[in-house]
Design a protein. Sequence first.
Length: 274
Amino acid sequence: MKMTSIQMKKKLEERLDENGWRTSFNRDKDTFRVEWEHSGEGITVTVPNVISKWQEKGENSLDELEEHIREALRVMNENTELSGQEKNVYPVIRAASFPTETENGKKLVYTEHTAETRIYYALDLGKSYQLIDYQKLEEEGWSIDRMKEVASFNARSLEVSLRKDTVYGNDFYFQSLNDGYDASRILNESLLEEMKAECKGELAISIPHQDVIIFADIQNEGGYDILAQMAMKFFAEGLVPVTSLSFLYENGELEPIFILAQKKPKEKKGDDET
């Protein structure tokens, strides 16, 4: 059954009809927005993407989307304070294209990470978190350095629980605890050094979306191609995609690697010979 944007709009309106909320549909951009009437703060989703996930997973995809929107709006309406909640401040990884300010113009605090990623900072609220902006820091008298130091310490304290798979002589270690900070483990330098020390080959790391991190002990050329396929698959499935590229970890530095090009020269040579 083919679903049109108008039909999906009606389904979303039925699910998100709440007192104090306002919904709108932008035909030109094909987006659906839910926001608080009193503040205008809200969340916007791209309708074709919602339809695509609905065709794949059915009503379960709309259940997940509804829960996400409701939680996001709840957080927007809360008056959250940093004071006394130092243990709940964490760094979160986002794509380099992620907005640097909120929809109502508040500038978010972030740190450059790689050419593909940035580090933002969040106050954990249980089921979700709120990104920290400069206005929040100023209101509560927090310095940027203090916030970054607290977030970095908390990142090092996150649980590490890796599952290992070996494919064609390469070892892959996965973590997906769905706590919102799986990708943030890439900021734990002691963890990265520990993984590097245990590697038989080269250490590559992938953070395709917020809720997964992959460490790869690349022991032959085929390992790069396997990691590329894994990263692309996870990137396409993630609720908060980060990057489909992976990183080589060497001498304490992360360097993006363009894995898909690895075997092209050999394949071309074989074609020429035939």
